[in-house]
Design a protein around this ligand. Structure first.
Ligand SMILES: C[S@@+](CC[C@H](N)C(=O)[O-])C[C@H]1O[C@@H](n2cnc3c(N)ncnc32)[C@H](O)[C@@H]1O
Length: 258
Protein backbone atom coordinates (compact mmCIF):
# COMPACT_ATOMS: atom_id res chain seq x y z
CA UNK A 1 0.00 0.00 0.00
CA UNK A 2 1.50 3.39 -0.91
CA UNK A 3 1.48 6.31 1.53
CA UNK A 4 -1.52 8.15 0.02
CA UNK A 5 -3.74 5.06 -0.14
CA UNK A 6 -2.70 4.17 3.43
CA UNK A 7 -3.74 7.62 4.67
CA UNK A 8 -7.08 7.37 2.82
CA UNK A 9 -7.75 3.80 4.10
CA UNK A 10 -6.84 4.84 7.66
CA UNK A 11 -9.19 7.83 7.47
CA UNK A 12 -12.13 5.71 6.26
CA UNK A 13 -11.40 2.99 8.83
CA UNK A 14 -11.60 5.64 11.58
CA UNK A 15 -14.87 6.99 10.15
CA UNK A 16 -16.48 3.60 10.86
CA UNK A 17 -15.48 3.89 14.55
CA UNK A 18 -17.21 6.82 16.32
CA UNK A 19 -15.61 5.70 19.61
CA UNK A 20 -12.21 6.53 18.07
CA UNK A 21 -13.16 9.96 16.59
CA UNK A 22 -11.26 11.85 19.34
CA UNK A 23 -8.08 9.95 18.34
CA UNK A 24 -8.76 10.67 14.64
CA UNK A 25 -8.94 14.41 15.45
CA UNK A 26 -5.63 14.19 17.35
CA UNK A 27 -3.95 12.22 14.53
CA UNK A 28 -4.98 14.81 11.92
CA UNK A 29 -3.66 17.62 14.14
CA UNK A 30 -0.38 15.78 14.78
CA UNK A 31 0.18 14.97 11.10
CA UNK A 32 -0.30 18.61 10.12
CA UNK A 33 1.42 20.47 12.97
CA UNK A 34 3.60 18.04 14.93
CA UNK A 35 5.09 15.45 12.61
CA UNK A 36 8.46 15.13 14.36
CA UNK A 37 7.01 14.05 17.73
CA UNK A 38 7.93 10.36 17.28
CA UNK A 39 11.70 10.78 16.97
CA UNK A 40 12.33 14.06 18.83
CA UNK A 41 15.72 13.87 20.55
CA UNK A 42 16.32 10.21 19.55
CA UNK A 43 20.12 10.48 19.31
CA UNK A 44 20.61 12.10 22.72
CA UNK A 45 18.10 9.67 24.26
CA UNK A 46 19.99 6.66 22.91
CA UNK A 47 23.30 7.99 24.22
CA UNK A 48 21.74 8.69 27.61
CA UNK A 49 20.29 5.15 27.78
CA UNK A 50 23.49 3.49 26.62
CA UNK A 51 25.59 5.30 29.26
CA UNK A 52 23.72 3.71 32.19
CA UNK A 53 21.99 0.61 30.83
CA UNK A 54 22.11 -2.69 32.72
CA UNK A 55 20.85 -6.15 31.75
CA UNK A 56 17.48 -7.51 32.85
CA UNK A 57 19.33 -10.05 35.03
CA UNK A 58 21.30 -7.30 36.81
CA UNK A 59 18.18 -5.24 37.35
CA UNK A 60 16.24 -8.17 38.82
CA UNK A 61 19.10 -9.47 40.97
CA UNK A 62 20.81 -6.24 42.06
CA UNK A 63 17.97 -3.72 42.17
CA UNK A 64 14.98 -5.93 43.04
CA UNK A 65 17.17 -8.31 45.09
CA UNK A 66 15.44 -11.36 43.66
CA UNK A 67 16.80 -14.55 42.13
CA UNK A 68 16.41 -14.30 38.36
CA UNK A 69 14.67 -17.13 36.57
CA UNK A 70 13.60 -16.13 33.03
CA UNK A 71 9.83 -15.76 32.69
CA UNK A 72 9.57 -18.50 30.04
CA UNK A 73 11.24 -20.93 32.46
CA UNK A 74 8.90 -20.00 35.30
CA UNK A 75 5.79 -20.62 33.18
CA UNK A 76 6.94 -23.05 30.45
CA UNK A 77 3.54 -24.56 29.56
CA UNK A 78 1.69 -21.27 29.47
CA UNK A 79 4.55 -19.75 27.48
CA UNK A 80 4.52 -22.55 24.88
CA UNK A 81 0.73 -22.20 24.49
CA UNK A 82 1.13 -18.43 24.10
CA UNK A 83 3.68 -18.87 21.30
CA UNK A 84 1.23 -21.19 19.52
CA UNK A 85 -1.63 -18.69 19.93
CA UNK A 86 0.53 -15.93 18.43
CA UNK A 87 1.58 -18.17 15.51
CA UNK A 88 -2.09 -18.88 14.73
CA UNK A 89 -3.11 -15.20 14.75
CA UNK A 90 -3.72 -13.94 11.20
CA UNK A 91 -2.74 -10.36 12.10
CA UNK A 92 0.64 -8.77 12.79
CA UNK A 93 0.82 -6.66 15.94
CA UNK A 94 3.47 -5.00 18.12
CA UNK A 95 6.02 -7.14 19.94
CA UNK A 96 6.87 -7.70 23.57
CA UNK A 97 9.57 -6.21 25.81
CA UNK A 98 11.15 -7.92 28.82
CA UNK A 99 8.52 -10.26 30.26
CA UNK A 100 10.83 -11.14 33.15
CA UNK A 101 11.13 -7.49 34.22
CA UNK A 102 7.35 -7.03 34.02
CA UNK A 103 6.70 -10.18 36.06
CA UNK A 104 9.29 -9.36 38.74
CA UNK A 105 8.25 -5.71 39.21
CA UNK A 106 4.71 -6.94 39.95
CA UNK A 107 6.14 -9.45 42.41
CA UNK A 108 8.39 -6.82 44.03
CA UNK A 109 5.50 -4.37 44.48
CA UNK A 110 3.22 -7.15 45.76
CA UNK A 111 0.84 -5.75 43.21
CA UNK A 112 -2.92 -5.91 43.64
CA UNK A 113 -3.67 -3.33 40.96
CA UNK A 114 -1.53 -2.77 37.89
CA UNK A 115 -2.16 -0.65 34.83
CA UNK A 116 -0.66 -0.98 31.36
CA UNK A 117 -1.03 0.88 28.09
CA UNK A 118 -0.57 -1.13 24.89
CA UNK A 119 -1.67 -4.78 24.74
CA UNK A 120 -1.42 -6.09 21.12
CA UNK A 121 -0.99 -9.91 21.43
CA UNK A 122 -0.84 -9.47 25.20
CA UNK A 123 2.68 -10.60 26.14
CA UNK A 124 3.14 -7.89 28.77
CA UNK A 125 -0.39 -8.56 30.07
CA UNK A 126 0.45 -12.28 30.37
CA UNK A 127 3.59 -11.46 32.41
CA UNK A 128 1.83 -9.00 34.75
CA UNK A 129 -1.16 -11.32 35.25
CA UNK A 130 1.09 -14.30 36.02
CA UNK A 131 2.10 -12.39 39.15
CA UNK A 132 -1.21 -10.63 39.92
CA UNK A 133 -3.39 -13.77 39.93
CA UNK A 134 -1.62 -15.13 43.02
CA UNK A 135 -2.99 -12.17 44.98
CA UNK A 136 -6.29 -12.15 43.07
CA UNK A 137 -5.24 -8.74 41.75
CA UNK A 138 -6.39 -6.91 38.62
CA UNK A 139 -4.60 -5.73 35.52
CA UNK A 140 -6.26 -2.69 33.88
CA UNK A 141 -5.20 -2.38 30.22
CA UNK A 142 -5.70 0.34 27.62
CA UNK A 143 -5.31 -0.60 23.97
CA UNK A 144 -6.41 1.07 20.78
CA UNK A 145 -7.27 -1.31 17.95
CA UNK A 146 -5.03 -1.56 14.88
CA UNK A 147 -7.38 0.42 12.73
CA UNK A 148 -6.29 -1.03 9.36
CA UNK A 149 -6.53 -4.69 10.35
CA UNK A 150 -10.20 -5.68 10.50
CA UNK A 151 -9.72 -8.80 12.55
CA UNK A 152 -7.09 -7.43 14.92
CA UNK A 153 -9.49 -6.79 17.77
CA UNK A 154 -10.34 -10.50 18.01
CA UNK A 155 -6.66 -11.22 18.67
CA UNK A 156 -5.82 -8.48 21.18
CA UNK A 157 -4.61 -10.39 24.23
CA UNK A 158 -4.63 -13.74 22.38
CA UNK A 159 -1.52 -15.01 24.19
CA UNK A 160 -2.99 -14.45 27.66
CA UNK A 161 -3.90 -17.81 29.28
CA UNK A 162 -7.69 -18.21 29.65
CA UNK A 163 -7.31 -18.92 33.37
CA UNK A 164 -5.96 -15.36 33.91
CA UNK A 165 -8.68 -13.49 32.05
CA UNK A 166 -11.07 -13.00 34.99
CA UNK A 167 -8.32 -10.82 36.53
CA UNK A 168 -8.04 -8.67 33.40
CA UNK A 169 -9.99 -5.48 32.61
CA UNK A 170 -9.40 -4.22 29.04
CA UNK A 171 -10.43 -0.81 27.65
CA UNK A 172 -10.36 -0.70 23.86
CA UNK A 173 -9.90 3.02 23.22
CA UNK A 174 -6.99 5.43 22.80
CA UNK A 175 -5.29 6.15 26.16
CA UNK A 176 -6.79 9.63 26.32
CA UNK A 177 -10.22 7.99 26.49
CA UNK A 178 -9.29 4.72 28.24
CA UNK A 179 -7.34 6.14 31.16
CA UNK A 180 -10.15 8.34 32.56
CA UNK A 181 -12.48 5.31 32.31
CA UNK A 182 -9.97 3.12 34.16
CA UNK A 183 -9.53 5.78 36.87
CA UNK A 184 -13.28 5.60 37.55
CA UNK A 185 -12.67 1.97 38.58
CA UNK A 186 -9.34 2.38 40.40
CA UNK A 187 -7.49 5.50 41.46
CA UNK A 188 -4.18 4.14 42.73
CA UNK A 189 -1.87 1.50 41.26
CA UNK A 190 1.11 -0.57 42.45
CA UNK A 191 2.65 -0.90 38.98
CA UNK A 192 2.44 1.18 35.80
CA UNK A 193 3.69 -0.19 32.47
CA UNK A 194 3.63 2.21 29.49
CA UNK A 195 3.87 0.67 25.99
CA UNK A 196 1.36 2.45 23.71
CA UNK A 197 1.60 5.89 22.04
CA UNK A 198 5.35 6.33 21.50
CA UNK A 199 5.27 9.97 20.37
CA UNK A 200 7.12 12.50 22.52
CA UNK A 201 3.96 14.40 23.42
CA UNK A 202 1.86 11.26 23.93
CA UNK A 203 4.41 9.90 26.38
CA UNK A 204 4.74 13.11 28.40
CA UNK A 205 0.98 13.48 28.73
CA UNK A 206 0.63 9.88 29.95
CA UNK A 207 3.78 9.78 32.13
CA UNK A 208 2.61 12.75 34.21
CA UNK A 209 -0.89 11.39 34.63
CA UNK A 210 0.14 7.79 35.36
CA UNK A 211 2.83 8.86 37.84
CA UNK A 212 0.20 10.76 39.83
CA UNK A 213 -1.79 7.51 40.15
CA UNK A 214 1.17 5.37 41.27
CA UNK A 215 1.35 4.69 44.98
CA UNK A 216 4.48 5.46 46.98
CA UNK A 217 6.74 2.38 46.75
CA UNK A 218 5.12 1.42 43.43
CA UNK A 219 7.01 0.86 40.17
CA UNK A 220 6.77 2.79 36.91
CA UNK A 221 8.03 1.22 33.69
CA UNK A 222 8.14 2.54 30.14
CA UNK A 223 9.26 0.58 27.07
CA UNK A 224 11.40 1.93 24.21
CA UNK A 225 12.74 4.95 26.07
CA UNK A 226 15.58 5.34 23.55
CA UNK A 227 13.13 6.09 20.70
CA UNK A 228 12.90 9.77 21.63
CA UNK A 229 13.84 12.05 24.52
CA UNK A 230 10.48 12.06 26.33
CA UNK A 231 11.50 9.69 29.16
CA UNK A 232 14.92 11.36 29.57
CA UNK A 233 13.37 14.85 29.67
CA UNK A 234 10.63 13.66 32.03
CA UNK A 235 13.21 12.20 34.45
CA UNK A 236 15.48 15.25 34.31
CA UNK A 237 12.68 17.76 34.76
CA UNK A 238 11.11 15.89 37.69
CA UNK A 239 14.36 14.71 39.26
CA UNK A 240 13.50 11.01 38.90
CA UNK A 241 16.27 8.42 39.22
CA UNK A 242 15.51 5.76 36.59
CA UNK A 243 17.07 2.35 36.00
CA UNK A 244 17.66 1.78 32.30
CA UNK A 245 17.43 -1.84 31.16
CA UNK A 246 18.75 -3.04 27.81
CA UNK A 247 16.80 -5.87 26.30
CA UNK A 248 16.82 -7.13 22.70
CA UNK A 249 18.68 -4.01 21.52
CA UNK A 250 16.04 -1.70 23.04
CA UNK A 251 15.80 0.19 26.31
CA UNK A 252 13.15 0.17 29.03
CA UNK A 253 13.10 2.71 31.86
CA UNK A 254 12.01 1.78 35.38
CA UNK A 255 11.49 4.14 38.32
CA UNK A 256 10.72 3.07 41.89
CA UNK A 257 8.54 5.77 43.51
CA UNK A 258 9.95 6.68 46.92
C1 LIG B 1 4.06 -2.35 21.14
S1 LIG B 1 2.39 -2.77 21.16
C2 LIG B 1 2.16 -3.35 22.79
C3 LIG B 1 2.87 -4.61 23.08
C4 LIG B 1 2.50 -5.23 24.41
N1 LIG B 1 2.74 -4.36 25.53
C5 LIG B 1 3.24 -6.54 24.60
O1 LIG B 1 4.13 -6.61 25.44
O2 LIG B 1 2.91 -7.51 23.91
C6 LIG B 1 1.60 -1.20 21.21
C7 LIG B 1 0.09 -1.25 21.34
O3 LIG B 1 -0.36 0.05 21.72
C8 LIG B 1 -1.50 0.39 20.98
N2 LIG B 1 -1.59 1.86 20.91
C9 LIG B 1 -0.90 2.71 20.10
N3 LIG B 1 -1.26 3.98 20.35
C10 LIG B 1 -2.18 3.94 21.33
C11 LIG B 1 -2.93 4.92 22.04
N4 LIG B 1 -2.81 6.23 21.76
N5 LIG B 1 -3.78 4.51 22.99
C12 LIG B 1 -3.91 3.18 23.30
N6 LIG B 1 -3.24 2.21 22.67
C13 LIG B 1 -2.39 2.58 21.70
C14 LIG B 1 -1.28 -0.28 19.62
O4 LIG B 1 -2.50 -0.43 18.93
C15 LIG B 1 -0.65 -1.61 20.06
O5 LIG B 1 -1.65 -2.56 20.33
Amino acid sequence: MNKISEIVSTFFAYLKRPDLYPELRRKIWKNIFNRSSGLRGKEEAEEWCKSSAISERDFIEKVLNTTFVPFEKLFPQEFAAALQAQAKAPVKMGGAGSLSVIYYINEFANAQKSIETGVAYGWSSFAALASLVHRNGTLYSSDMPYILQNQSEDFVGCVIPEKYKSNWDLYRYADKESLPKIFEKASSFDVVHYDSDKTYDGRLWAYNLLWSKLRTGGIFMSDDVGDNAAFKDYCEKNNRKPHIIEFDGKYAGVIIKD
